[in-house]
Design a protein around this ligand. Structure first.
Ligand SMILES: Cc1cc2nc3c(=O)[nH]c(=O)nc-3n(C[C@H](O)[C@H](O)[C@H](O)COP(=O)(O)OP(=O)(O)OC[C@H]3O[C@@H](n4cnc5c(N)ncnc54)[C@H](O)[C@@H]3O)c2cc1C
Length: 430
């Protein structure tokens, strides 16, 4: 169902006092009880996370390589596929996508990102592409179960991280050949260089800052699109991150997402001083924030569960350490913060899916809270495990390393606070 259709359905239901009062045949409108489909998907993803992802987590973290065999396993059961992503997204409550992400990242965040990294590029194609472009490129992002592929979304540059408007990669249109020519350097791209499909944000008019941006698909094997340095990371080490160089990279005119006519109209509106409806990179980020928050919650929950079991087992001073309030209260706080973060994620996911207006930057709130809870809770888990927590013999130190990226990518915590404070105050806070 389209966003508009979902909104129409919600609006159509609203005047019905019966349903609102809980007296209609559909029962009360507000519930946090998951339906059968949501529970089935949660259990299916959890089973894969527990049986396949978790046992492989330590190995791929140490190898710092893309876990292709695990991606292939996910593809074989249909979890790594456009159909699965489409099924998660199709839930008009918006909850299935965060639920699936939480379960997968509960298994392991590095492998989780190796599997889910493709979805950022898919979201860009889905959000900005024409139906023909979606049909052509989205299946290629995943490849097949026998030969899975990954995709990359390349927005950040060495001098344009939080300041997305500072992007320098240029896209120039060659009318003679009906091609776009891209030049520039992208930084920290998840799956950058190993992807079949790269979605690249480039500027077609630097004077217009972010309003002069557009998104392009770089087809597999295009000359002039090369991987630069692979980044050695603190966490998420099973997920590949690298620079991408674009040197006179020529792509067909049809690779501009949304098409040239739409871009020309948008640029003309902006040049006339009218507001533009879309800013290519920001649109993609806004739609994906609650999902990213759910990944952070998966890590936090994994660390909390591990610490809880450990605290019940570990004996000091003749009793289990959980019998000390200092430990038990820390666990109580961890559980409460994780549940609170999840509620913010579910709210934002529901708002996004049902077309509610984000008046107070609720999407940013959800990602901010979840990311900070994940860093805090995984650090608490290390403390509860004591010396063991600090070693690579136990998984919580990996979870802590993995969690840290959630206060950095998809908008740092500071940028989320900026977005929220601007939304609530109406003041252009700097
Ligand atoms: C593992 C990993 C995967 C990534 N994957 C991708 C990807 O797939 N695609 C992609 O395009 N990018 C990706 N990135 C890049 C990521 O989105 C950026 O690192 C992030 O946006 C922050 O940008 P930056 O690193 O340049 O930090 P900077 O923007 O330089 O920020 C540095 C510090 O200054 C603060 N700061 C900056 N501006 C302000 C301000 N106005 N007010 C207050 N504080 C401010 C920041 O919050 C931060 O604390 C990835 C990064 C990593 C590490």
């Amino acid at each position: 169902m389209s966003d508009q259709a979902a909104v129409a359905e919600v609006e159509a239901e609203q005047p019905g006092a019966d349903a609102a009062a809980g007296g209609g045949t559909e029962g009360p409108r507000f519930t946090l009880e998951l339906n059968q489909d949501q529970r089935d998907i949660r259990d299916w993803v959890h089973g894969f996370a527990e049986g396949v992802v978790r046992p492989a987590a330590e190995e791929w973290d140490e190898r710092e390589e893309t876990p292709w065999p695990i991606i292939q396993e996910a593809a074989k059961i249909g979890l790594y596929s456009f159909e699965a992503l489409g099924q998660f997204f199709a839930d008009d409550t918006g909850l299935t996508l965060p639920i699936a992400n939480e379960e997968l990242f509960w298994g392991d965040a590095g492998i989780g990102m190796a599997i889910m990294g493709t979805s950022l590029a898919v979201a860009a194609i889905f959000g900005q592409g024409t139906p023909e472009q979606m049909g052509e490129w989205i299946p290629q992002c995943f490849g097949s179960a026998e030969d899975p592929k990954v995709a990359a979304f390349c927005s950040s540059e060495p001098d344009a991280g939080s300041d997305v408007a500072a992007i320098r990669t240029t896209a120039k249109y060659d009318e003679v050949s009906d091609e776009w020519v891209l030049n520039g350097q992208k930084a920290w791209a998840t799956n950058g260089g190993i992807a079949d499909v790269h979605v690249v944000i480039a500027t077609v008019d630097r004077e217009l800052r972010s309003r002069g941006h557009a998104a392009f698909v770089i087809p597999p094997g295009t000359k002039g699109c090369e991987q630069g340095a692979k980044v050695k990371k603190h966490g998420l080490r099973a997920s590949h991150t690298a620079d991408v160089h674009l040197d006179d990279c020529r792509i067909p005119g049809s690779c501009l997402l949304g098409g040239k006519e739409k871009l020309d109209e948008r640029l003309a509106r902006v040049r006339e001083g009218k507001r533009s409806k879309s800013q290519a990179a920001m649109q993609t980020f806004e739609a994906s924030r609650p999902t990213v928050g759910a990944q952070a919650i998966g890590i936090a929950r994994a660390a909390y569960e591990y610490a809880l079991e450990y605290a019940k087992e570990r004996q000091q001073f003749g009793k289990a350490i959980v019998e000390n309030q200092a430990i038990a209260f820390a666990l109580a706080d961890m559980k409460m913060e994780i549940d609170a973060a999840r509620l913010l994620v579910w709210r934002a996911a529901w708002m996004g899916r049902s077309g509610q207006k984000f008046e107070n930057a609720e999407g940013s709130m959800s990602k901010l809270k979840a990311g900070e809870v994940a860093v805090w809770a995984t650090e608490r888990a290390i403390q509860i495990l004591g010396g063991n927590g600090y070693t690579r013999e136990y998984p919580v130190e990996r979870m802590h390393r993995d969690s840290k990226i959630y206060t950095i990518f998809e908008g740092t915590s500071e940028i989320q606070r900026l977005v929220i404070s601007r939304a609530i105050s109406g003041v252009q806070i700097r």
